[in-house]
Design a protein around this ligand. Sequence first.
Ligand code: NAD
Ligand code: IMJ
Length: 268
Amino acid sequence: MKGKRGLVMGVANKNSIAWAIARQLSAQGADIAFTYQGDSLLRRVKPLAETLNSDPLLLDCDVTNDDQMDATFKALEDKWGKIDFLVHAIAFAGKDQLAGSFVDNTTRDGFLSAMNISAYSFVDAARRAKNIMNDGGSMVTLTYLGSERVIPNYNVMGVAKAALEASTRYLAADLGPRGIRVNAISAGPIKTLAAAGIGSGRHMFRFNKAASAMRDNTDPAGVAGAALYMLSDLGLSCTGETHHVDGGFHAIGMPVEAAMDEASGRES
Ligand code: NAD
Ligand code: IMJ
């Protein structure tokens, strides 16, 4: 990644998937600018970014704010002229939308807001990024299996992730002629802020560990490795892909009996 420059959106703290990706890209020589969501997160993101670069470019950017999105990509152009990569690791739905019944609890506002922040923001960022991206650049977003299958409580976020993955394919088609690749990484559950306080969280992590092919939870370092592959020239010719990094959980149709016992805490 030496000589490559790019933007990482979605670091909130040291547990963020975006931070695992940024560390790996930086270790391979990339120069990275960061966006953060509001002043309260700057206090967390600045010290992290400063461990990679003594004078990092840090940009306040709520993805629902057009002025801040404009200012983010203007600042990147002013500093570097061109960029080579974009990492989008942003999702949000109202807490009331992420519990219980999808059919009863999904409101119009909740649906539109989840779509806006979690799916449209990638399309919006990609449009702005491509205007300052070198041909041969690369973009990556983060998604989750709840887009393909029903996962308890994921609800409207699953619908938004399905839109995000479809957007990835359409973006890949539009930007392919310029050699710009666009991919998604479908990560298994990882203990971050976005996975904290979700309904039946303890059961979810235990079940994923027991029922995955590898019998383990997803290591964020594996997600960062996949991002490095996709964002570097290692990933040449790979575009429009949703790549699972989840210990093989997505490949299992029915877990073995011992795994079910383990997940439920029963003796086998
Ligand atoms: P995280 O909480 O560390 O990151 C989520 C980020 O989204 C935060 O930095 C937050 O500031 C940002 N964000 C939310 N609303 C925003 C807005 N309006 N404007 C700008 N930024 C906003 O959690 P994470 O798990 O690292 O999440 C990163 C991505 O990974 C998300 O897309 C998430 O859906 C995805 N993902 C997470 C898991 C998991 O189990 N943790 C699994 C698969 C995919
Ligand atoms: C989130 C909710 C419900 C079930 C979930 C998750 N499972 C997993 C997650 C099974 C793995 C984490 N995830 C993949 C996400 O994309 C999380 C997105 C998210 C989380 C919150 C929590 C706090 C809040 N709004 C959120 N919006 C999106 O208020």
